[in-house]
Design a protein around this ligand. Structure first.
Ligand code: CP
Length: 338
């Protein structure tokens, strides 16, 4: 079991089944706060340093929201150009300095391994919000939490499920981290659909093999009628040498109502880490799926707040004290019914 208090959260490799269950249990306890049924001040006075050196909407804002919902304050740094890293300062020095201004740090950076390098200089816990093509552990935890909840509605479990991952499996850190977490489960079947040049890295395939999972690698959408989950991804254009190179792959695997009905069984859950590329040349997840009850992408994004609240509460050692500091919400809120 991961010793959460004071720990850095850098990789899904740190998690075993009990640690995941602990995160999910605490995440469930965060629902009344995220739904504005109650508020808590358990982190009153604490400061989150939210450092995002790559674009982000969900991860950056949900880390901040999660910290605010626990009563803490957030200091943001966004973009290399607004940090002294642009003047040549090392990640180590940046970490030494910023960790004295914060109680915990969340960080995203374009270079694989950079968040671990930063954590070596930090005197407070560091949470990886995505490091290049390497990992996105909090996304994988929220994806897994979402999969468990969605399958539960269909009386299914993660053990024995069939997941179909589509798109840029080479550069997509979300599918790397999620696949590794799924190695903690039994008998998962993977269908990995990508252009051959963007196939899942060998290291991840080898982990699936070691876990005893079956996988099919293909560049064809056909033949996935029994998938329980379809996990679409974006072509990670920021990882390619040129925009022209990325453009070759954009729009290769589109998912819309017609394709969904043709290739998937009626209750297949549709996931995507977001952002979805909705430009006409990509349109990887069509708006005509927006009213499909199996489209879980926004529930997935909402779950990010719960998982990040849980990780903050656990790493700062207040997971069992949250309700001691709660009060009623006095303003109108209908979030629980969204
Ligand atoms: N899923 C995800 O990482 O989204 P952002 O890039 O908006 O943070």
């Amino acid at each position: 079991m991961l010793q959460f208090e004071g720990a850095n959260i850098l990789s899904v490799d740190q998690f075993d089944a009990d640690s995941i269950q602990r995160v999910f249990t605490i995440a469930d306890q965060m629902i009344p706060y995220a739904h504005r049924k109650k508020r808590t001040r358990v982190l009153d006075g604490a400061i989150l340093g939210n450092l995002f050196f790559e674009p982000s909407t969900r991860t950056r804002v949900s880390f901040g929201t999660a910290f605010n919902l626990l009563g803490g304050e957030v200091r943001e740094t966004t973009g290399m150009e607004s940090s002294a890293i642009a003047k040549g300062e090392s990640l180590y020095d940046t970490a030494r300095v910023l960790s004295s201004y914060s109680d915990i740090i969340a960080m995203r950076h374009p270079k694989a391994g950079s968040v671990a390098e930063f954590a070596e200089g930090s005197r407070v816990p560091v949470i990886n919000g995505g490091d290049g093509t390497n990992e996105h552990p909090t996304q994988a935890l929220l994806d897994l939490y979402t999969i468990q909840k969605e399958l539960h509605h269909h009386q299914r479990t993660i053990d024995g499920m069939h997941i179909c991952m589509i798109g840029d499996l080479k550069y997509g850190r979300t599918v790397h981290s999620l696949s590794k977490l799924l190695c903690l489960y039994k008998g998962v079947q993977f269908t990995l659909i990508s252009p051959q040049e963007l196939a899942m890295p060998a290291e991840v395939l080898s982990a699936l093999e070691d876990a005893g999972h079956r996988f099919t690698v293909t560049d064809q959408l056909a033949g996935v009628m029994d998938a329980d989950i379809v996990y679409q991804t974006r072509i990670q254009q920021e990882r390619f040498a040129s925009l022209e190179e990325a453009a070759q792959y954009r729009g290769r695997f589109r998912l819309n109502s017609e394709i969904y009905t043709r290739h998937y069984k009626p209750n297949t859950v549709i996931m995507h880490p977001l952002p979805r590329d909705s430009r006409e040349e990509a349109n990887e997840l069509d708006n005509d799926l927006n009213q499909n009850p199996n489209l879980a992408i926004f529930r997935q994004a909402d779950n990010g707040v719960l998982i990040r609240m849980a990780l903050f509460a656990l790493t700062l050692g207040v997971a069992d004290k949250v309700s001691q500091y709660d009060t009623d919400v006095v303003w109108f809120s209908d979030k629980a019914n969204y």
